[in-house]
Ligand binder design. Sequence first.
Ligand SMILES: [Mg+2]
Length: 384
Amino acid sequence: MDLKSSHTAPVLTDPAPISKSRLGVHSSLLPYSPPGAFSSDLFLAIPRKKTGVLDDVRANSWLDAMKASSPPHKKMAKESINEVGSPDKDVAYRTWLLQYPSALASFEQIMNCAKGKRIALFLDYDGTLSPIVDNPDCAFMSDAMRAVVKKVAKYFPTAIISGRSRDKVFEFVRLTELYYAGSHGMDIMGPVRQSVSKDDPDNIRSTDEQGKEVTLFQPAKEFLPMIVEVFHSLVENTKEIKGVKVENNKFCVSVHYRNVEEKYWATVAQCVDEILKQYPRLRLTHGRKVLEVRPVINWDKGKAVMFLLESLGLSNCDDVLPIYVGDDRTDEDAFKVLREGNCGYGILVSSAPKESKAFYSLRDPSEVLEFLKSFVMWKQSSAL
Ligand SMILES: [Mg+2]
């Protein structure tokens, strides 16, 4: 992870997949004149004069990261049908599996480590429980996936940790058995924490949809008005770019470019950069075909995992095995916490070789489904 300091707001860039060469994109970084499809409004929002070297360097890192974070979603999968049979790709993937073994193939080994331990399960949503789709509003999980997550939650404390707003991810999942952390862990609804003072402003006692008492933890609460402001500015600034979708995720804003033609990605980056320059307390992170603007606070999915473990009374316990399954750059914070704490396993969902702090891998959500089914069967058979 490179921390680029050429901007007032730090920029976290995504490392390129191992098999993908870095793209030389310098010429495309020059502010280009989009074809007639764009109105003059766009040119008001985007400076057309040539940017300085520093700007080019920054834009280069953004574009590089945007290209590196391209997910193998269904449209790309169609384009790369030949890749399935490509010996080079197969060899690269199989070689990568030596470093990040399949969690399905290694299931017995994982369960051997889990013997006598209490498992806590953390699941990302997009690209993990649901496929990456063209319209982020339609990232529905299958009934089969919902059924198996419900069963898993019956046996193990289970939480969803997503970049989406907590309400949005709950709308997709609709299971009251789970704990939910939205906005990359900046909006957590978890179990009541007995150890917390009632005067702590970040921890609010609340009730969930079932009337059950819960703790609401929102460490970036003060940023709410700023995020709303930035959301509206981003909608306005990107409205002429075909395919862009700006999503208000409560404590962060996502700018999806998965439906934007690649030749316009530089324009997307420039629009976001123009806004970010005005908000030094916000920063940019890269997800899968999404730029995310979020508060500069010391909080991420890794911290959210530790918070939830503590809330569940499972932190600092030798007999606990946390398992985190996710596909995104932001999930790496959770993988890192588990790896460095030597206290659990990260499982990266990826169909392409990628550097990761995870221990294991699964190819796609269909393998996640099989993995969760194995969990349920293992628990049911061990209870016999
Ligand atoms: Mg994801």
